[in-house]
Ligand binder design. Structure first.
Ligand code: PEP
Length: 253
């Protein structure tokens, strides 16, 4: 099945509002091929400003995390209703930095996915193994646990309602990328798990992004793999030139 590629930029804890506006403007002004989607996830402080820059462009606004409650006493959190209000369409959930630095559990991530879905936001659910887990042969076990627990009781009517991002922790921000064979093998495993969890037409419609040191030099080869449907990009998304090259990837023969 043909899946529309998604190139997503995770700006993490970077950019002032003025820097975010300039970066978003440069990306929105580039020629984006009509056959793919682009999403930018700036920090919360810049969402409104970047949303205004992106108005009228096909580039989607996304956020980097979300709470499960609509409102209330949840100091430091942001609600799905607030993200919807500011114009977000997608939200990254379960990023490895949330799991490993801030101790987010699969249970918490599952609640965030449910909250986002309840408000019509598309969750971009991140999963990935550490180097130790890969080297001790536990990659598939870890991914299965993260996926099944993260999606517990999440009903989907279409594969477009959820995006999965496979991000090996050892490849994030390290300059080490999974080989194309490792990426395809793992994405294929994730696809089969999704087929087991959802109807086949839903699972085959769902996009599985690769994340981990994606750059203009490795994106073509990664995007040429059958089950790699896009990229979640950190460092290389902070420069308009490199992110625009990534957006304009060409599948190698
Ligand atoms: C990320 O932030 O999700 C990421 C993959 O970062 P980087 O591209 O810098 O490895």
């Amino acid at each position: 099945m043909e899946r529309r590629p998604l190139l997503a930029g995770n700006w993490k804890m970077h950019t002032t509002i003025a820097e975010a506006e300039a970066l978003a403007r440069a990306i929105a002004q580039t020629a984006i091929p009509a056959d793919r989607d682009v999403m930018l996830a700036p920090p919360f402080t810049a969402l409104a400003a970047v949303g205004r820059v992106l108005a009228g462009s096909p580039v989607l606004l996304g956020a980097q995390n979300v709470c499960w409650e609509e409102k209330g006493a949840f100091t430091g959190e942001i609600s799905p209703a607030m993200l919807q209000d500011v114009g977000c369409r997608q939200v990254i959930i379960g990023h490895s930095e949330r799991r490993h630095i801030f101790g987010e559990t699969d249970g918490m991530i599952n609640k965030r996915v449910a909250g986002a879905a309840r408000f019509g936001l598309v969750p971009v659910l991140c999963i990935g193994e550490t180097l130790e887990e890969r080297e001790s042969g536990q990659t598939f076990q870890v991914l299965e646990r993260q996926l099944r627990n993260g999606l517990l009781d999440i009903k989907l009517a279409s594969g477009k309602e959820l995006v999965v991002a496979y991000e090996p922790v050892w490849a994030i921000g390290t300059g080490k990328t999974a080989t194309v064979e490792q990426a395809q093998e793992t994405h294929h495993f994730v696809r089969n798990l999704l087929i087991d969890m959802y109807e086949k037409n839903i699972a085959t419609q769902m996009r599985i992004l690769y994340g981990g040191s994606v750059n203009p030099d490795n994106v073509d080869a990664l995007m040429s793999q059958d089950d790699v449907d896009g990229a979640l990009v950190g460092g290389a998304a902070l420069k308009a030139d490199s992110f625009c090259s990534i957006i304009n990837f060409k599948k190698s023969a």
